[in-house]
Design a protein. Sequence first.
Length: 528
Amino acid sequence: MLKRMENSDITEQLECQVRNMLVRIQRVEKVGEEDVVLAQAKWRTLDILVLPHSIIFSDRDGVDEGEGGEGVEGGDGGDGGREEVYISGESYIQHGRVDNLLWIQAIPKINTRRVYIQVSVEGERTDIENIHNALSRFRKPGRKPLLVFINPFSGTRRGLEKWKTVAGIVSGSGLEYKEIITEKRNHARDLIQNMDLDLYSGVVTVSGDGLIHEVLNGLSMREDWEERRRKFPIGFVPGGSGNAIHCSLLYQQDEDFRDELLVSSLNLSRGVSKPGDYLECETEEKSFLSMFGVAWGLVPDCDLGSEVIRWAGFLRVYIWLLFRILNPTFYRGYVHYLPLQPDTEKPYPLPDIHQPVPKHWTSIQGDFLTVYALRQSWVDYSTQILDDARLDDGIIHLVIVRVLSRVEMLNWFLGLGNHKDTNHGLTTIIPVSAFRFEMENINDPLTVDAERLTCKKVQGRIIPSGLRLLVKEDTQENQVNQENQENKENKENKENKEKKEDKENKNTQENQENKNTQENQENIDNLR
């Protein structure tokens, strides 16, 4: 549920209020490609408040403190309990009108969870027309279709099933799409290099992090890459095992992981794009891009080794990890990094990979359990490595775990996800702008975006805000917080300006007083 607004805020922003309208709020239980299945619900008498950025359905005058939405959850309109539902641009799907009847489909937050609902409203024709016109502002102008790549074999092989749910909502919003089911490794990469992308408004992957890697690198091989990366956004539908990039996006959007398909639907349907960072990497033999990160040691060992138990989903990695703790292996080599530079808005040049790193880089030699040049805050649905990482923060988070005893490894394993404690000092996390890993053994487990990589050297740098990501609008609460932050900054700037002016005036006054004193002294001296 969006944070409730104070009555004073409602009064200031209220455009109109329609009292005692007949309203029925139904949960959408099943989404098909052409129709939906609705739960049973009773008609109720509610007030409708129209604000610039949202429409509120409320069973009482104004808006109170606390949480609502019991009527939607109950399916039958509840038992007279408080009901408040906010529909705003970030949750809107579609609406329509027939005479004095209006219907709306949306996916608002109710009690912190996303709920797909259909709201039916019956009333006077003029009132219905006013609400209809207010809802029309949430509609997006006509968009070109989305290009959708689906990997049916990723993760637990439920990609097609998940896409069917998302596709039903996307179609309902009026957005068309073209599906391509991948048949082999690098299929999407090879296709997107030569496709006419002017036919589409963006590209979507239905898979895990590997297909995102394919699409991103396929785009980078195009002659128009520099232009495309700034205006051709990438969207995600989770279809893999860990879905690290999607989990990190959900976390940044303050969404529940259990609502991932509903949020994916909004991200694709709403047509908003925001900047995201990526890594520009190279080995001795090739160059490539990454959105997730480069891992060396235990983590990729478990990721690659557990492929034989894909049926276990993202838990397969932890099963393998526990086995590896009983039979530990450590990996010898160098970790070099360029500490985070003050200007995070521009990329810093990488050194020649065949030459030593520059002297202003930091180097660590030794045995490591695992090392990660990480871009995302979550690595799967259960493990959050970083607390405040964002998809556009301009930072590579270098995660280093050195040699541990079996007991320490067990504590590290049990502490995975406890990002605020960094596992009792067993893990070091360093913000950097560039990195290089040098492995003594070319067969050491190494991955980029959870895909196998074989080399003795790999290095990379951050490209800040280098591409666009398909997302929904910020929630009303985030907009309010952003406005409050802007107001706070403006206030601080004003206060600083006033302080500066006061200081300048004071200095001017002191200078004038000193000048006057000096002149008086000179006059006295002259008189003498």
